[in-house]
Design a protein around this ligand. Structure first.
Ligand code: ATP
Length: 710
């Protein structure tokens, strides 16, 4: 008889009092009621070893032998119908000298139960001085509805603490009868216990447990080297993962086949397999002991496992100081081993909890020396979960390969080109379109300037040079050729005037029968109606109805909304000086302009929108009538430094110098050589319709006079 061993109750009590509360005493009861590890030797078949055997067959072999045994209602292990299972005979605390019949104690217990009820915990049937297993009010025991909440009411009924041992929940807390909240679940002032193989009565593994590991492709040799043992508790035998540090047994973690764990109480938390990384400069961290053993099967001994599994999620708080970092105490305890490592491969589970653990570990160890394993694909949309699963399904080579191909742990703001290969491919194959920029609609200008989504063009020119007219004409061309829509933030324009100018360009007829229209007939009412629909469909207006001027942030907020609501591809801000430019006392104008342009560029790039930003030049001293310089823009040299394209619009006002309708488009800066180059194009302006066309003549000596006299 190998597994079915019944120990006397006295032994059981002694044993239980030394068990950790990691998983709550619920396991202990289950363990007694449903000893999943127990197997009747008498009915035990002779097992054939072999790694090919499936775990299911092992599970069958470990079928609980006591499951069919009726449990006496008077048994201390009987579960009450209200779902409460007080472990009256397996209390883990020494029984204090408190008379439960004492009236004061009774009243405290009643008060405590009320406070527990406020926390969603029904403790009506939970006695004091003991642990009770309850349904957790937070996770309700997960899919299986297990009683995962371990509640302890102090013997004197002064306080109660609770802890949900489901890794995905982890609810814990406490109340005191005086109303003060306590988070301490484990009594304070605990002393680390010294444990030995003998004192814990650990035994070498039996064949059945070795078979269980063999089915998980963990060899007897690996089990032996890692000193995996077993322990008899009551009628059962559980696996004992022994935690050693420099040859000394530090702690033991026990595991049921049902994947429930508990750990020796009041022992030091360290990594499992710690001595294997003593001098390693490269280490691997996994989430469970079996994964550590799996790594060894793949030839990777420099591996350790965390002792307590994964948290439910990444903590939103700052990493606490060492003394308060209780959940990750093992990292601090093992710091001497870890600080030597220059490459730490984190190979936790692929699920959310495993990734949360990876994040918590990496942020404590320093992400710059961490790598992350991505488990191979199981199917098109699923990956293997952990090291042991990869070992079992794909073999040791694939496991070591997965570790070898670990990727640098992502650091916010730090990228490699590889992260952008998809984008570079799309750019090369021109799958998004407009990679060369969209034609301005004027052949002569296309040699120098085309419109690339996500870029910023700063447009300047002396007053009345035709900046706004040219931008409006460009927008009309873009709408007619590629259907782009735009948001207009043109503070100087009355809406009706702006509408008129845009309609004239669209209909190609003057709005009025006025002098400027010369002999061209004005647009008809029908044309106006059709034009209004086009106007409404193509443009969104950003206007600040209040007396105050809008800030750049305010404008960009509206532009973002226009991207989402109307799918705009361009934004015009005309002009810069009509925005509110209040800045802090400490900020210089240069700093302010720099930050403002950064915001605009971010918007442009993020939303793949082109932004035209009109800025006036400062008052030119002794202006000679030539086009101004981009550095003449009032405010700051950042306009030219930060923009992708810089354009100066200049028109001839001197009859002797050439036709008066001649407009010089001076492309003074082009950052993206795919989109253009520096140079001048000449367009003709039609006053009647506001349209621009390629000029048939190009002045022999284009105006390149400086804005200042020598
Ligand atoms: N090449 C041109 N020939 C004649 N008139 C023009 C020419 N370009 C623009 N105009 C006229 O000049 C006026 C001002 O044009 P627009 O508003 O586009 O100039 P602007 O440079 O934006 O001026 P501001 O800097 O004052 O905002 C308009 O009435 C327009 O019709």
């Amino acid at each position: 008889m190998r597994f079915l061993l019944r120990l006397p109750q006295t032994h059981l009590r002694k044993l239980s009092s030394s068990m950790s509360l990691l998983m709550g005493s619920k396991q202990f009861l289950e363990f007694c009621l449903l000893p999943s590890f127990a197997a009747a030797a008498s009915s035990s078949p002779s097992y054939t070893r072999g790694v090919q055997r499936q775990l299911s067959s092992v599970s069958r072999r470990f079928r609980p032998v006591l499951a069919s045994r009726p449990v006496s209602k008077s048994s201390p292990y009987h579960q009450r119908p209200n779902g409460v299972s007080p472990y009256t005979s397996v209390s883990r605390s020494p029984t204090p000298v408190v008379d439960p019949e004492d009236g004061a104690v009774q009243s405290r217990l009643a008060n405590l139960r009320l406070k527990l009820a406020e926390n969603g915990i029904d403790a009506q049937n939970c006695p004091s001085g003991q642990y009770s297993g309850l349904i957790c009010p937070e996770c309700e025991g997960g899919d299986s509805g297990e009683k995962s909440l371990s509640l302890f009411i102090a013997a004197d009924c002064s306080s109660a603490t609770w802890n949900c041992f489901r890794g995905k929940c982890g609810l814990k807390g406490g109340v005191r009868v005086d109303g003060r909240f306590t988070t301490s679940v484990v009594p304070v002032g605990k002393v680390e216990r010294k444990v030995t193989v003998e004192s814990l009565e650990l035994e070498p593994l039996c064949d059945e447990i070795e078979d269980y590991f063999a089915a998980r492709m963990i060899s007897a040799e690996t089990l032996k080297r890692n000193r995996v043992m077993q322990k008899r508790i009551g009628d059962e035998i559980v696996i004992a993962f022994t935690y050693w540090q420099r040859g000394e047994l530090v702690s033991v973690k026990y595991r049921y086949l049902t994947k429930k764990f508990f750990q020796e109480k009041n022992t030091r938390r360290i990594f499992y397999g710690l001595d294997d990384i003593e001098k390693a400069s490269e280490i691997i961290i996994v989430e469970g002991e079996i994964d550590k053993l799996a790594m060894e099967e793949a030839g990777l001994r420099n591996c350790v496992s965390v002792p307590d599994g994964a948290p439910a999620s990444v903590s939103s708080k700052e990493t606490p100081p060492e003394e308060k970092d209780t959940k990750y105490k093992f990292l601090w305890n093992c710091n001497d081993y870890l600080k030597k490592a220059s490459r730490i491969v984190i190979a936790t589970d692929g699920d959310g909890a495993g990734q949360a653990l990876a994040e918590e570990v990496a942020r404590r160890l320093g992400k710059e020396r961490c790598w992350r394993v991505k488990w191979p694909k199981k199917s098109d949309d699923e990956h293997y979960k952990d090291a042991n699963e990869v070992l079992m399904s794909m073999g040791p080579h694939s496991l070591s390969e997965a570790v070898r191909s670990a990727e640098p742990y992502p650091i916010q703001g730090l990228f490699s080109f590889k992260d952008f290969f998809d984008e570079i491919d799309a750019y090369y194959h021109r799958t998004h379109g407009h990679e060369y920029g969209v034609s301005s609609g004027w052949k002569t200008l296309d040699n120098f300037y085309s419109v690339v989504p996500g870029e910023l063009t700063v447009v300047t020119g002396v007053p009345n040079s035709g900046k706004s007219e040219w931008i409006d004409a460009l927008l009309c061309n873009l709408n007619h050729s590629v259907g782009w829509k735009f948001a207009l933030c043109s503070m100087e324009n009355k809406v009706r005037d702006h509408g008129r100018k845009l309609l004239e360009k669209h209909i190609q007829k003057p709005f009025f029968d006025a002098d400027y229209g010369r002999s061209v007939p004005r647009m008809s009412v029908e044309e106006l109606d059709e034009g209004k629909l086009w106007l409404d469909d193509t443009f969104t207006l950003i206007r600040c109805e209040l007396d105050s001027l809008p800030s750049i942030g305010w404008v960009l907020e509206r532009a973002k909304a226009a991207v989402l609501r109307h799918g705009i591809r361009g934004l015009v801000i005309d002009p810069y000086n009509e925005l509110d430019h209040q800045r802090t006392q400490r900020q210089t104008e240069t700093e302010y302009v720099s930050q403002m342009l950064t915001k605009i560029k971010r918007f442009a790039q993020h939303h793949s929108c082109h932004v035209w930003f009109v800025a006036h030049p400062k008052q030119l001293q002794q202006w000679d009538g030539g086009p101004p310089n981009l550095y003449d823009i009032s405010g700051s040299a950042h306009f030219i430094n930060k923009c992708d394209n810089g354009i100066v619009i200049h028109r001839n006002r001197d009859e002797k110098a050439g036709p008066l309708d001649l407009v010089q488009i001076c492309v003074r800066k082009v950052r993206n050589k795919v989109a253009g180059q520096i140079g001048d194009a000449y367009l003709c302006y039609d006053r009647a319709t506001g349209l621009f066309s390629d000029s048939p003549i190009t002045p022999e000596k284009p105006e390149r006079r400086s804005s200042r006299r020598p």
